[in-house]
Design a protein around this ligand. Structure first.
Ligand code: NAP
Ligand code: MG
Length: 481
């Protein structure tokens, strides 16, 4: 993997003009897998220029053509699933079966959104003037900037690229600097499928330079960002004065609530999968388990058992849990173990590096009990396999604690009482709600996004709302001559 041309501008692969970026394998981080020059600000501007030049022709393609191009992308993703999954695991660390699943899901996304090319609809509306016919049309935004994180390094780009392209937008895509390799392969497949020059451009570089250049350029007509709350809010501020559509999907501190009538084993399964799967590096990861005191000991025991049964190791060996993505994330995870101890929470299991895995960014799945709901451990997004268990004495307290954080992305309740479950859906401050399910996982056809510090609460991702985000609605009044 010595190829160092990572920038794709106007249909041409180019070396960057910026500073070097190195990518490491978090399972064996000693040597970089690849180092290459990042894009410069000028290259980011050139990519926007290429997207701007391509926008009129791309918007004018017949929708059938965009649809079949996107189906072709889906086929290519499936044909290359082994190679893509291996690249993904090598740079991000997740178990190879998870990487394969992510690639397959990305193919499914291209297939789902391909259909939207021909389903860009409008409405006819009765006019107040009998001589006038009133209706709406939807048009692409134009040039959109897509900025993505490392934790689903092909899935998240897919769920932005597919609807953006289906609806006739041109794109400048900036992946995370931690995971540029799978992003590059994705763009190679888009190009191989025949997406015209300038329609998709890739610029790889730091958020503070390349990302900033994309989100502050007047030629950009829309921004879709997924990442941390601090960066998302910074970008939202930067584009606010230009009034362009922006979508920011950010952090979470997602609760599973277990009521006394819950199926304890099912709740423990969901909490363990949600908290430790993906090394806890999902925006929808379960990071708080709020258990009713009547079932607390049974649930805690069942969750600790599951944590201790999970295997940790290199993603290529397909363990339950791979390494954290980077040295920073590794430091952060152990940092929060120390925070929890210092705050007086009880460490029930984990919190250490597994034996024999001293060189990678590994941590045993970690469970704290007796966690104060106002403590940092219970409030901050850890983004690692660290679960805080909090006991509550009734449903109202569960709701208060669940809502007592800045975030509001995903939440789950385990109960047999469907009236309670319905009350939960109304009272919980979360954009994604599960009844008797994991906080993680979502359907492509369902809207995805959060509330409060988890989202700009503009248009959601996925489903019908993705198509709405990437299009302008125009109102037409036609009076016959
Ligand atoms: P991050 O640090 O916020 O970075 C996200 C992206 O923004 C990266 O491509 C980053 O570039 C770029 N960026 C950084 N500063 C920027 C700036 N000033 N202007 C423009 N772009 C900038 O997030 P991360 O560490 O990659 O990912 C973890 C976070 O993502 C967690 O908080 C997680 O909850 C969140 N997340 C949310 C969702 C969701 O849908 N709600 C899904 C997945 C992840 P570089 O890193 O290359 O510098
Ligand atoms: Mg980061």
């Amino acid at each position: 993997m010595t190829d160092t041309t990572y920038q794709y501008i106007d249909g041409e692969w180019l070396p960057g003009d910026g500073e070097d970026i190195s990518v490491v394998n978090p399972a064996e981080p000693s040597d970089p897998i690849v180092s290459f020059p990042a894009a410069s600000r000028d290259q980011a501007a050139a990519a926007i220029g290429a997207a701007d030049d391509a926008r009129a022709d791309w918007a004018a393609t017949i929708p059938d053509e965009r649809e079949s191009l996107l189906y072709d992308v889906a086929d290519r993703l499936e044909d290359n699933v082994d190679e893509l999954a291996e690249i993904l695991t090598t740079e991000e660390g997740k178990p190879i079966s998870s990487s394969r699943g992510e690639v397959a899901r990305t193919a499914d996304m291209f297939r789902y959104f391909a259909g939207y090319a021909r389903r860009t609809t409008g409405e006819t509306v009765p006019s107040s003037d009998p001589e006038t016919f009133t209706y709406t049309i939807r048009e692409p935004l134009g040039v959109v900037a897509l900025v993505t994180p490392w934790n689903f390094p092909i899935g998240t780009p897919g769920w932005k690229l597919a609807p953006a392209l289906a609806t006739g937008n041109t794109v400048v895509f900036k992946p995370s600097s931690e995971t540029p390799m799978v992003a590059k392969r994705l763009v190679e497949l888009l190009a191989a499928a025949g997406i015209p020059d300038g329609v998709v451009n890739l610029v790889v570089g730091a958020g503070s330079t390349v990302g900033d250049a994309l989100t502050t350029d007047d030629r950009v007509d829309g921004v879709s960002f997924t990442g941390s709350t601090d960066v998302g809010r910074h970008i939202a501020d930067a584009v606010a004065t230009r009034g362009i559509p922006i979508q920011t999907e950010m952090g979470g501190k997602n609760p599973v609530v277990v009521l006394p009538d819950a199926d304890v084993e099912a709740a423990a399964d969901a909490a363990a999968v949600g908290a430790f799967g993906g090394t806890g590096q999902a925006c929808t990861a379960t990071s708080r388990l709020l258990v009713h005191e009547d079932v607390a000991e049974a649930v805690i025991e069942a969750v600790v058992d599951r944590a201790e049964a999970m295997t940790v190791g290199p993603g290529m060996t397909n363990p339950d849990i791979g390494p954290a993505v980077s040295a920073d994330q590794d430091e952060n995870n152990f940092g929060y173990v120390n925070v929890g101890k210092a705050e007086g929470a009880t460490l029930r299991t984990g919190g250490t590096r597994p034996n024999g895995l001293e060189t990678g960014y590994y941590i045993e799945p970690t469970v704290f009990t007796d966690v104060d709901p106002d403590s940092r451990l219970a409030q901050d997004e850890v983004f690692g396999p660290v679960l805080s268990i909090i006991e509550v004495c009734d449903f109202d307290e569960a709701i208060d604690v669940a809502n007592g954080v800045d975030y509001g992305l995903s939440a789950s309740v385990f109960t047999a009482d469907m009236a309670r479950a319905r009350a939960f859906t109304h009272r919980i401050e979360a954009g994604v709600i599960k009844i008797n399910g994991t906080t993680t996982g979502s359907d492509i056809q369902m809207p995805f996004g959060g509330m409060k510090a988890s989202s700009s609460e503009t248009k959601k991702e996925l489903g019908q709302s993705a198509y709405e985000f990437y299009t302008h609605e125009k109102a037409v009044y036609r009076t016959d001559p």
